[in-house]
Design a protein around this ligand. Structure first.
Ligand code: ZN
Length: 286
């Protein structure tokens, strides 16, 4: 099973660089709202998150979304939406039958309503803590309930976490999303409740217990940059204000760092940074 990973972005948000990276300037920087198209040989087009949509901008024009828009202003051109990006790749909304959600922050589920044919896969711990939140209490969690489709719960599929084989150490549990070894969800809660990262097999023969060749890690918001995912470096303490659970987040960051150290050739893609380049193809045998 080899899955092709196509990193995309739907808009960007503005944030203060010094909050995301230790030692960076107190200057406004634009961060892509990344998501990924995963082309699965049997399941077809699978999305990992969706980025922003014009719906987010509409919600940010009125209270209480207004406040969200003040903290992290959004830039999105109509040619940059998930729908527009997929259309240019020849993929329509009805082609997308599987949508894996890393966590429920607005920049990750902004376009959820644009994919009514998709089953929605997420950690069972992601939604319950947010379910009842409305208004300012929701916005404070970067959650805009209006972004969820009306049949969100009916289409939700809780990922089944089982005890992880040693190849995933130090992670204790992992979810084989389609039960075919093509992609595994790792629990990285903290930044948001029930957040997941995804390990994708991009080469048929990629070994899970090897050096990471043929694997791609979609780390979502577990780190602000691919470099920080590898070093385990955290953002400015002020950015902890937005964390769901700071201690959990620290543990998740360390586990991810240690897993990457054991599988250094894994390609790392985080949501708000440029994706690491694809590794060069191996030399063909002479
Ligand atoms: Zn987030």
């Amino acid at each position: 099973m080899n899955v092709q990973v196509i990193p995309l972005a739907a808009g960007e948000c503005l944030n203060i660089a010094a909050l995301t990276e230790r030692g960076a300037a107190w200057r406004i920087r634009a961060y892509p709202a990344g998501f990924a198209l995963l082309l699965h040989p049997a399941q077809g087009a699978v999305l990992f998150d969706t980025g922003y949509s014009p719906r987010v901008q509409t919600l940010m024009r009125r209270w209480p979304g207004l406040l969200y828009g003040l903290v992290t202003p959004v830039r999105l051109h109509s040619s940059q939406t998930a729908l527009a990006r997929l259309a240019r790749l020849g993929i329509t909304t009805s082609d997308v039958r599987h949508l894996i959600v890393s966590h429920l922050h607005a920049d990750h589920v902004g376009a959820l309503r644009d994919f009514p044919a998709a089953d929605i896969y997420l950690d069972a711990g992601a939604y319950p803590p947010l379910r009842g939140l409305r208004g300012l209490r929701a916005v404070r969690r970067a959650f805009l309930p209006e972004l969820l489709p009306p049949d969100f719960e009916a289409r939700s599929r809780a990922l089944t976490f089982e005890s992880a084989p040693p190849a995933f150490a130090p992670f204790e549990t992992v979810a084989d999303v389609f039960g075919d070894g093509s992609m595994y969800a790792l629990p990285v809660p903290g930044h948001a409740p029930g957040m997941i990262a995804l390990v994708v097999r991009t080469q048929d023969n990629a070994a899970l217990d090897g050096d990471g060749s043929g694997l791609t890690l979609l780390a979502s918001d577990a780190a602000w940059s691919a470099k920080a995912a590898r070093s385990g470096e955290q953002g400015h303490p002020l950015s902890n204000l937005l964390f769901w659970d700071v201690k959990q987040g620290q543990r998740s960051r360390e586990q991810l760092r240690d897993w990457l150290a054991a599988h250094p050739r894994t390609r790392v893609i985080v949501s708000h940074d440029a994706p690491e380049p694809e590794p060069a193809a191996p030399e063909p045998d002479a």
